[in-house]
Design a protein around this ligand. Structure first.
Ligand code: GLU
Length: 289
C-alpha cells in the first residue's frame, strides 16, 4: 500500500511538542513508503478562534523542523459544500436530528438528572431534542430558532451494523457508535463540526493512515460509524500517547512553554526539539513495522 498520511492542526494556536510528535510520525510513515505522500491540512472551521498568523507559524515551524509536505495545503474553511453534502446524505438516512438546545438548557438537564456536569455522563448530551416530534422540529425551524445537527448515534449504529477499526497500537477495536453520545456534526454557528469534517476530508484526500493523539481514540468510534454510513474508505489508525509536560500534564495551546516558537526562541535547534519526542516517536514507529 502506498501511504498517504496527513498532519491536521487547527490554526487556533501555536504548535507544541505533541504536534511535533504527530507530524513526525505521519511524515515518516509517508517517507518510508515508496511513492508515499504527506499532507498538511489546516483544520480551520472554528472561525471565531482561527488566527491568520497561525497558518504561517505552523508552516514555518514544520519547515524549520525539516518536515515538508507534498501537495498544496488544504483549508477546511474552503470545503463547506462537501460538509453540507454529507449532512444531506445523513439527513436522508435519518441518522441526524436538529438540536435547538442552548448550553444552559443542557446544563440544567444534567442537574435535573443528577449528573454532575463534569462527572462520567456529564458530557454526554441528554438527548433532549431527540424526543421532539417532526411537527415540533418543523415549527422551531420555521420560527428561525438556530439549531445544530446531532448524530443519532444509537440509530446510526443499528443502520451501520457491527464495525471495527484497526489501530496499530491497540489492535482491532469493535466500534461502540454511541461511546460519545449524540455528538454535534454541524454546529449552529459554523454549519459543520470536527467529527464530520475530518471524516469527509480524510476520505477526499485518500488518507491511508490517520495518526493522532490518544485523546482522539474515543472519537474514532464516531468516525468509523460515519465512514460506514457515508460509504467512505476506512483508514488505518495510530493513536499515540500524548506528550506530557514536566508536571505530567498534557500540553495545551495556552501553555506556551512547550510551543515550538518558544523552544526556537530559546535557542534550541531542530534536532534538539525532535530529540525531545524521540522516545515516543520510536515507540510509535515500532508498532508499524
Ligand atoms: N485538528 C485536530 C487537532 O488539532 C486534528 C485531529 C485529527 O488529527 O484527526 O487536534
Amino acid at each position: 500500500m502506498i501511504a498517504r498520511t496527513r498532519f491536521a492542526p487547527s490554526p487556533t494556536g501555536r504548535l507544541h511538542l505533541g504536534h511535533v510528535l504527530a507530524a513526525r510520525i505521519a511524515h515518516t510513515i509517508a517517507r518510508q513508503s515508496a511513492g508515499g505522500v504527506f499532507l498538511l491540512r489546516h483544520e480551520d472551521i472554528d472561525g471565531p478562534r482561527v488566527r491568520e498568523k497561525f497558518y504561517t507559524e505552523i508552516e514555518e515551524d514544520l519547515q524549520w523542523l525539516g518536515i515538508s509536505w507534498d501537495e498544496a495545503t488544504l483549508r477546511q474553511s474552503s470545503r463547506s459544500f462537501a460538509y453540507e453534502a454529507a449532512i444531506e446524505a445523513l439527513q436522508k438516512t435519518e441518522v441526524i436530528y436538529p438540536c435547538f438546545c442552548t448550553r444552559k438548557k443542557i446544563q440544567d438537564e444534567w442537574i435535573r438528572m443528577g449528573a454532575a456536569p463534569h462527572g462520567n455522563s456529564g458530557h454526554i448530551y441528554p438527548k433532549i431534542c431527540q424526543k421532539l416530534s417532526t411537527t415540533e422540529q418543523s415549527k422551531k425551524m420555521a420560527s428561525g430558532t438556530p439549531f445544530a445537527w446531532r448524530f443519532d448515534a444509537q440509530k446510526a449504529g443499528l443502520i451501520a451494523g457491527p464495525q471495527t477499526f484497526t489501530d496499530l497500537r491497540h489492535g482491532v477495536i469493535p466500534v461502540i457508535p454511541d461511546l460519545l453520545g449524540d455528538v454535534i456534526l454541524a454546529r449552529k454557528d459554523i454549519g459543520c463540526a470536527y467529527h464530520l469534517a475530518v471524516v469527509v476530508d480524510d476520505s477526499y484526500q485518500r488518507v491511508t493512515h490517520v495518526t493522532r493523539g490518544e485523546d482522539l481514540l474515543a472519537s474514532t468510534h464516531v468516525h468509523r460509524t460515519l465512514q460506514a454510513l457515508l460509504g467512505l474508505q476506512e483508514p488505518i489508525y495510530l493513536h499515540h500517547p500524548l506528550v506530557l509536560d514536566e508536571a505530567g500534564e498534557r500540553l495545551a495551546k495556552r501553555n506556551d512553554a512547550c510551543s515550538i516558537r518558544n523552544l526556537r526562541e530559546n535557542g534550541l535547534s531542530p534536532k534538539e526539539v525532535l530529540r525531545m519526542v524521540q522516545n515516543d516517536f520510536e515507540d510509535a514507529m515500532d508498532r508499524i513495522y
